[in-house]
Ligand binder design. Structure first.
Ligand SMILES: Nc1ncnc2c1ncn2[C@@H]1O[C@H](COP(=O)(O)OP(=O)(O)OP(=O)(O)O)[C@@H](O)[C@H]1O
Length: 605
């Protein structure tokens, strides 16, 4: 992990451009709002590059590292143009700009930024529609008129089909924030339908008249943004963008240097091997490499399966002991795993003399704990999300529902306890820290049999250093006080601290029926998620190579739950079948229910 002061990078030249917002051609009140309401002194490099292009009306693809200010890149030009209409736009003109996002939390986040930015432009009305919200209330808001609408795709399509009072005949902009993620979640069909209904698909049907008062016609402008824009969005780019320009980072990063943006026509990015296609295509992430914040310290820790839980708890304790007031995020592959670890960390107590168990018990983790996943009630999701935004010190346990776009201030460290899917998921998870030039650490857990994942990351320009685990384990009282007990090259599983903590965890979980059931449920869904890795990753994350007894240990269970063998075999078969049926970037979503927390069949977040 980075040492304070030593590794910390100053915010400055690498992130911010040496110009002002007004020099980009933005209206003066808007520039004042950016300064007074948002506290922004100067544009970031990507903002300085992209805003003039967007203001000029071009269709643009924006590919820039996480935390570089892409939200402002698209919101500010919209507001600039909307505030200029003379006479002023009115609510009866309906929705003029649409922002599509993959998750509910991102929907709220973008809406809140809009609210701030529109403070002095009260006649431009922001609004949102998303899964989990009350449809009738949304209908009422749409009927009144929303000028800039932020939406998740499923709910938007629902309103487009069923809310007749939703006026969109004056629509001028469609923005896809986290475009690749929207498609990964299986929203491809919804997106095509949305583009069709809105008449924004190239060569698509004309916009439907909905009886609203008409404004002067401007050409449509669509934008796609992500830190990992890659070949997955080719189809979407091809059907929705006209002569697009790419604002991206084309130079390979040299150590410690932030990449400088450039812009190219999409045609420049045609991959040579794509001979069959007439359309220009974006290169895959593996060819291009992903953009990560240069100041981010990335490490991995190699842990045998049976010791994973002990190591996670030890690292968390160590980090909060070293720096009691800080924010850390831990990513898990399933909702059940989040719930289990949340309950465990909330309740688990350990004797101060852990070896004999004689002393008084103390809570193992005493800090503020939050959880966030797609199976939570909407109110709980909102409370966790807002709580982690405002808290100065907290530990957030979550699934990938929190991996994209969420801007939690001052997150110090990201721990990926369950490995991500492909490299783009890795990039977005670690992107919750080290934002806008801040320092940040990322730690990836891998089992010895999974070490090839590092090679996969390297193919995408991501390289990690080993985390000094032994030092952490040796720092706990049992070993610190009695160093003679610790042999020099003792295997991790036999480290005295690991043995003691594992024993304590197993007896705590074994004694509590509720905890035991949660551990079993988490174990089963973890196995299911593990079997659901796709493509090349299937060679690395092979359930066949796992010792299920050790997996059970990693949930504090002494024995492997019996029913699991069948459960995961059935799931594995199902996944195989699904894979055969659903290929390509516009594949159909395979689960019904609440779309933004369904990552297709691959894993439930
Ligand atoms: N010009 C600016 N000056 C200061 N802060 C800024 C500026 N622009 C954006 N920010 C802040 O930078 C942070 C990151 O911005 P944002 O969330 O838009 O990044 P992003 O590139 O969309 O990240 P991700 O790829 O993770 O979604 C936010 O806290 C935002 O308020």
């Amino acid at each position: 992990m980075a040492k304070k002061g030593e590794e910390e990078k100053s915010k400055g030249d690498d992130v911010f451009a040496s110009c002002t917002f007004s020099s980009l051609g933005l209206q003066s009140t808007l520039c004042d709002e950016l300064k007074d309401k948002m506290g922004y002194e100067a544009p970031t490099v990507v903002q300085a590059k992209a805003i003039p292009l967007i203001l000029s009306g071009k269709h643009v693809l924006v590919n820039a590292a996480t935390g570089t200010g892409k939200t402002i890149v698209y919101l500010v030009p919209l507001i600039h143009h909307l505030q200029m209409y003379n006479p002023r736009i009115e609510r009866s003109h309906g929705t003029m700009a649409l922002v599509l996002v993959p998750t509910r939390e991102l929907c709220i986040q973008v809406y809140e930024i809009l609210q701030k930015l529109l403070h002095r432009f009260h006649w431009i009305v922001p609004g949102f529609v998303m899964g989990g919200e009350n449809r009738s209330k949304e209908k009422a808001r749409l009927r009144k008129g929303i000028s800039i609408l932020v939406a998740t795709p499923g709910r938007l399509l629902d309103h487009l089909k069923n809310t007749s009072s939703f006026v969109h005949s004056n629509l001028r902009w469609i923005i896809f924030d986290e475009a690749d993620r929207i498609l990964e979640l299986g929203f491809g069909k919804e997106i095509e339908d949305i583009l069709n209904v809105l008449g924004s698909k190239k060569n698509g049907s004309d916009d439907k008249t909905d009886g609203a008062s008409k404004l002067p016609k401007f050409p449509r402008q669509n934008l796609l943004l992500s830190a990992t824009l890659n070949e997955k969005v080719n189809h979407l780019a091809n059907i929705s963008l006209e002569n697009p320009v790419l604002v991206g980072l084309d130079e390979k990063k040299s150590s410690g240097e932030m990449q400088k943006p450039s812009h190219k026509h999409l045609g420049d990015l045609i991959s040579n091997d794509d001979v069959e296609s007439e359309q220009p295509t974006l290169k895959s992430g593996s060819d291009a490499g992903y953009n990560l914040p240069a100041q981010l310290i990335q490490t991995y820790v190699k842990v045998p399966c049976g010791s994973r839980l002990v190591v996670l708890l030890s690292i968390l304790k160590n980090l909060f002991q070293k720096e009691p007031s800080q924010k850390i995020v831990v990513f898990f592959s399933t909702c059940d795993a989040v719930d289990f670890h949340y309950s465990l960390l909330s309740e688990f107590q350990l004797s101060s003399d852990a070896e004999s168990g004689t002393q008084q018990k103390q809570k193992f983790f005493s800090g503020k704990l939050l959880r966030l996943h797609g199976s939570m009630e909407q109110e709980g999701r909102r409370t966790s999300f807002q709580g982690f935004k405002t808290d100065k010190s907290a530990l957030l346990l979550c699934t990938d529902v929190a991996a994209r776009g969420l801007d939690f201030p001052k997150v110090r460290c990201i721990i990926q306890y369950d490995s991500p899917g492909d490299a783009s998921e890795y990039v977005h998870r670690v992107g919750r820290t080290a934002r806008l030039g801040e320092r940040g650490d990322a730690l990836l857990f891998l089992q010895p049999v999974e070490m090839d994942y590092l090679k996969d990351l390297e193919k995408h320009g991501v390289s990690l250093k080993e985390y000094p685990l032994l030092k952490v384990l040796d720092s706990f009282p049992i070993t610190a006080q009695k160093p003679q007990h610790v042999k020099k090259f003792v295997p991790l599983e036999l480290h005295p601290w690991v043995l003691i903590l594992q024993r304590a965890l197993e007896s705590f979980i074994g004694a509590e029926e509720k905890m035991k059931q949660m551990a079993k449920d988490a174990f089963c869904s973890w196995i299911r998620a593990y079997t659901a890795h796709r493509g090349d990753l299937k060679r690395i994350f092979m359930v066949k190579r796992l010792h299920l007894g050790h997996v059970a240990k990693s949930f504090g269970l002494k024995d492997q739950p019996s029913m699991v063998g069948r459960a995961f075999q059935v799931q594995a078969k199902k996944n195989k079948k699904d894979l055969k049926h659903h290929k390509g970037p516009m594949r159909k979503r395979k689960e019904s229910g609440k779309p933004e927390h369904n990552q297709s069949k691959r894993r439930k977040q």
